[in-house]
Design a protein around this ligand. Structure first.
Ligand SMILES: [Zn+2]
Length: 216
């Protein structure tokens, strides 16, 4: 089953990444790679196209019933509110029909970005003061991100994607003593943003923003 999506060991790491990324947001670029790999495989093995489409269309998107990489892919499409038909046709959240096998990758990628922005917006819209947020503007976000140097960009992206686990989460998992590595106080996201003395000089430049975060 793994080979339906990943024909080589090297690419299988991407499938693993797909399966392991955050259940909340995840990185759409990983999924785009997964779709590309799936297409490559199906072009090399046309006899498996029909059965693969049928598995995608009929497999459950329920997390407890996910089986194999096609199941993961189906769950992700469902999360984006994409309908999967058994002829390989995908109906996006904007009601646009694309073909998993024949539509050009850039067009699929563009539609994924649109649906992913909608998905991320709905994930945060229940928070106080955020219910009427417009959809994410990827161009503006990228422009702002580019103002930071490469290392800072990576750190910011990791924070945004939830890839950093703080001491409180690691304590829960039994992989840490739960203390901040910089000041040895109990660690958490709140500690790093509002309290930890190691970052006070950064905090001094953003007092208004931090106040807004506290109030919301
Ligand atoms: Zn600290």
């Amino acid at each position: 089953m793994a080979d339906t999506v990943c024909e080589t060991y090297k690419n299988r790491r991407e499938w693993l990444a797909t399966a392991c990324t955050s259940t909340c947001v995840g990185d759409p670029e990983v999924k785009k790679k997964c779709i590309r790999t799936c297409r490559k495989f199906l072009v090399l093995h046309p006899e498996l196209i029909q059965i693969s489409f049928r598995i995608l269309a009929t497999s459950s998107a329920d997390a407890k019933k996910i089986y194999g990489p096609l199941g993961c892919l189906k769950r992700w499409f469902t999360r984006l509110k994409w309908e999967v038909r058994d002829d390989g046709c995908l109906i996006t959240s904007q009601n646009i029909a694309v073909s998993l096998l024949f539509t050009c990758p850039d067009e699929i990628s563009h539609n994924i970005d649109l649906s992913w922005s909608e998905f991320v917006t709905t994930q945060i819209s229940h928070r106080k003061g955020m219910h009427d947020l417009p959809s994410l503007n990827l161009k503006a976000t990228t422009k702002h991100l580019k103002k930071f140097d490469e290392v800072d960009q990576k750190i910011i992206c990791k924070y945004l994607a939830g890839a950093f686990a703080y001491g409180d989460k690691n304590l829960h998992r039994g992989t840490s003593d739960g203390l901040c590595q910089f000041c040895s106080a109990p660690d958490s996201l709140g500690h790093k943003i509002h309290v930890c003395p190691a970052f006070q000089d950064i905090r001094d430049d953003h007092l208004h923003t931090l106040q807004w975060i506290k109030e919301n």
